[in-house]
Design a protein around this ligand. Structure first.
Ligand code: ACO
Length: 324
């Protein structure tokens, strides 16, 4: 039976110019390049310049995705920005991006699910397209986590980076099988009981300027278990296994989390797109950045089956399976 699908027709990314190697932290904190590499796999990350905001990074990534798809801004029906670090409390980063792209139609809104934001955004974009509320959705993951880091906390500030990635999803009528291009499965979860193991200790209604706080070991423990669980649920819903997947494109938080999850799913590391070494953890931007870099490197090819998964503050986590 024919089925309406949301298919990725273009991908792009943008990274701020400033590259920060691990050695940058050695002069400021009791840490070392060796410790950061061994515990996280991170070698360097990009930080936005002073005054360079999420909407600027997002607009550049979005323009690149539109270019790759051969579409103009006014071809888009909906813009979704997944971010936890918007320029302003309101309006949404998405409406600012809409204006910066020169878009005069459609609608725009943000999704806030921290590091799981892009997976939640993919699920929302899919729902809009499958339900007929949009034919083309521009989905962007963009973050400037450098603006919420506590530079005196060595257990968190070495982990994160800034950047943006974007995909243009378009409606397509497909045959209704696992061979179809587009989004084939989605699986979302959250559990607010774990809100205090990863959070920012301030915000608009508390009238505090907040910084990221994390119980690293606890987050690690939840991450491995929950990521493998959601990925397996998506695979099961299509009656396939890890062996059918061409590329795992995970949220890039920590190489050890990625390796453990891949192992649980029976995927060799040769089939994992890895960018954490050069990007650090860019939260909602990490998966679209990895998709774009994976295409640029020639790893991801048209027709490949991709599995993405992410977890972040909330806790919120989920997975998506799509054919490229
Ligand atoms: N340099 C040197 N030493 C450090 C550093 C640092 N940057 N950070 C922590 N340490 C020290 C600690 O103080 C501790 O010292 P102690 O034993 O004297 O108390 C020691 O290293 C071990 O600390 P642990 O927290 O047990 O180290 P662990 O091996 O768990 O690694 C890490 C810490 C990397 C944060 C790990 O727990 C982790 O990756 N957790 C997942 C968190 C994550 O990725 N969060 C991202 C956001 S959520 C997400 O995107 C999934």
């Amino acid at each position: 039976m024919m089925k309406t699908r949301a298919v990725v027709q273009g991908v792009g990314h943008y990274l701020p110019e400033r590259v920060i190697p691990n050695s940058w932290f050695e002069n400021k904190l009791d840490t070392s390049d060796e410790w950061i590499r061994a515990r996280t796999g991170i070698e360097s990350r990009h930080f936005a310049a002073e005054g360079e905001t999420v909407s600027e990074l997002a607009t550049k990534a979005a323009s690149s995705a539109l270019g790759a798809a051969g579409r103009a801004a006014d071809d888009v029906d909906a813009v979704i920005v997944a971010t936890s670090t918007p320029d302003l409390t309101f309006p949404s980063a998405a409406t600012i991006v809409q204006a910066k792209l020169g878009m005069t139609r459609g609608y725009a809104f943000d999704v806030q699910a921290v590091c799981a934001g892009f997976v939640f955004g993919l699920s929302q974009a899919n729902a809009l397209i499958v339900s007929g509320q949009a034919r083309r959705v521009l989905l962007i993951g963009a973050e400037t986590f450098s603006s919420i880091l506590d530079w005196s906390d060595r257990s968190t500030c070495v982990l994160f980076g800034d950047g943006a990635g974007a995909v243009l999803l378009e409606v397509a009528e497909c045959e209704g099988s696992n061979r179809d291009r587009g989004i084939l499965a989605t699986d979302l979860h959250s559990d607010g009981r774990h809100r205090d193991i990863l959070y920012v200790d301030g915000g608009v209604s508390t009238q505090e300027i907040g910084h990221l706080r994390m119980q690293g070991r606890e987050v690690f423990r939840h991450a491995v278990e929950k990521l493998a669980g959601t990925a397996q649920a998506s695979l099961d819903s299509l009656k396939i296994t890890g062996a059918d997947v061409d590329w795992l494109v995970p949220h890039q938080a920590n190489l050890r989390i990625i390796k453990s999850t891949a192992q649980k799913l029976g995927l060799e590391m040769e089939r994992v797109v890895l960018t954490v070494q050069e990007h650090g953890n860019t939260s909602a931007a990490s998966i679209p950045l990895a998709l774009s870099v994976g295409v640029e490197r020639g790893q991801i090819q048209p027709g490949d089956l991709l599995l993405t998964e992410a977890i972040g503050g909330g806790l919120a986590w989920g997975s998506v399976i799509l054919r490229w």
